[in-house]
Design a protein around this ligand. Structure first.
Ligand code: GLU
Length: 449
């Protein structure tokens, strides 16, 4: 069974890069399910061990964003609730001699790195901690120093076949042994993530390429714990106007995009393709989008993300929405539901869901719109020429042909006053579609003014 996970740190609002990671995991799992017919599992994991920066409101925002995108999860986990499990694994690793205590301060480590760089050496930790005798450790502790702990990497080649990057290989000798417990006893991300992925049976890890070197380290941890190594896929990070998109770029938070009228499927349709050479396909649901989704189509080059692309795509997504989908969105917004006739008339003129209410009001109100005297006379004349019977899409052409013949008006002179009389707007949906929406009574009332 395919098990994927999305592991945000609830230390800020989600930005487009986080949404992308969540979406790629979900689409990948869905696409496998579609191919094999086997159900998948989606784990939502809160990486909330940083108690100072993690906040309940950010966590709530993650849930909200996920629901908004249409991503549901089968299991929810909090790293903050699993500290005992991490301590237990840590003990085991210590006993097996795979973890060692170190006493350097952050300044001392920085000084070492600077000296290594100055000598043209890679800034890899020199394992001084490993060489300390018990007496030296006691002495350091007597001075008030507290140990932090590092995981001892094997100095060997660690490789994997990345679903995006292909064959990847890192030599442990070129990497620093990672710190897995800080001086204050807290756990940085690296080891808890591996323990969780192992305990929750994660089979595929899809995350940004900023984690590629972590993967080499984490594979060694999986091996040390005797766990099955998951498959990995690291799509390149998005770049934008502001360079690499990081959590700190609040300008692209999903909340703001939502407030600006961007539909979740707009984000999904764009992000499922950005970084591949596949064309963007407008889809109604994530299930449909998963039909065309292939992680191996992602290239190595960092795709350029431009918020404008979302605004360009959004009208296409909104206009293609089915009536039930539109009505569901309107209901969420507390706005009146609409008819199929109305949606067929106005959808080509809608850029976002919020635009619907305006046209709904125009069509349903008893408002009359002012015209100059000449146009009013013309519209009254036209009203008298309306064909009998129910209005449909053909009515407008039949009617305006008669009006043209009777009044001698044509082109803009003919259509513009009618549009103004019927909608009070210079532009808008096709009149032939609006006529049946308005119906005879309102059409006559508005033409007569
Ligand atoms: N909390 C980590 C992050 O947001 C998760 C990384 C991972 O997917 O392993 O970067």
């Amino acid at each position: 069974m395919v098990s994927v996970r999305f592991a945000p740190s609830p230390t800020g609002y989600m930005h487009i890069g986080n949404l992308r990671t969540a979406l790629l995991n979900y689409l990948f799992a869905l696409s496998v399910q579609k191919r094999t017919g086997e159900k998948f599992r989606f784990v939502l994991r809160m990486d909330d061990t940083d108690t100072e920066r993690s906040r309940p409101e950010y966590e709530q925002a993650v849930y909200e964003d996920m629901r908004w995108l249409g991503i549901s999860w089968d299991r929810l986990e909090h790293q903050s609730a699993r500290l005992d499990r991490y301590r237990q694994v840590l003990e085991e690793l210590k006993q097996r001699g795979l973890v060692y205590a170190c006493y350097e301060t952050a300044e001392e480590l920085e000084y070492k790195r600077r000296r290594q760089r100055a000598r043209g050496l890679p800034p890899v930790y020199d394992r001084s901690g490993l060489k300390l005798s018990p007496e030296e450790k006691n002495e350091l502790e007597a001075q008030g120093r507290r140990p932090h702990y590092r995981f001892m990497l094997e100095h060997k080649e660690t490789s994997w076949d990345d679903m995006v990057r292909g064959h990847c290989s890192y030599n442990g000798a070129h990497l620093s042994d990672p710190i897995i417990v800080r001086e204050d006893g807290t756990f940085p991300y690296m080891l808890p993530s591996v323990i969780d992925d192992m305990d929750f049976g994660i089979t595929h890890i899809i995350r940004g390429e900023d984690h590629v070197t972590n993967t080499a380290v984490q594979i060694q941890m999986f091996e040390a714990l005797g766990a099955k190594i998951p498959e990995f896929g690291h799509p390149p990070l998005l770049t934008g106007h502001e360079g690499k998109l990081s959590k700190r770029l609040g300008s692209l938070s999903s909340r703001e995009l939502r407030e600006q009228g961007i539909e979740p499927m707009t984000i999904a349709c764009l992000l499922a393709r950005l970084g591949t050479s596949d064309p963007v396909v407008v889809c109604q649901t994530l299930e449909e989008l998963a039909d065309h989704f292939d992680l191996t189509h992602f290239g190595r080059a960092q795709p350029h993300f431009d918020t404008d692309d979302l605004f360009k795509l959004n009208p296409r997504v909104v206009r293609s929405m089915s009536l039930p989908a539109v009505n569901a969105r309107l209901k969420e917004r507390g706005e009146p539901e609409i008819s199929a006739l109305f949606w067929a008339a106005v959808s080509p003129n809608i850029d976002q869901i919020a635009d619907i209410a305006e046209w709904e009001r125009i069509c349903s109100s008893d408002e009359r719109f002012s015209l100059n005297e000449q146009d009013r006379l013309f519209c009254r004349q036209a009203a008298a020429l309306l064909p009998s019977g129910d209005f449909d899409e053909t009515t407008f052409a039949v009617w305006t042909a008669v009006v043209k013949a009777e009044t001698g008006r044509k082109g803009r002179d003919l259509f513009h006053p009618i549009r103004l009389a019927l909608t009070g707007r210079e532009q808008g949906p096709e009149l032939k579609m609006l006529l049946p929406v308005l119906g005879r009574q309102k059409t006559i009332m508005r033409l007569q003014g």
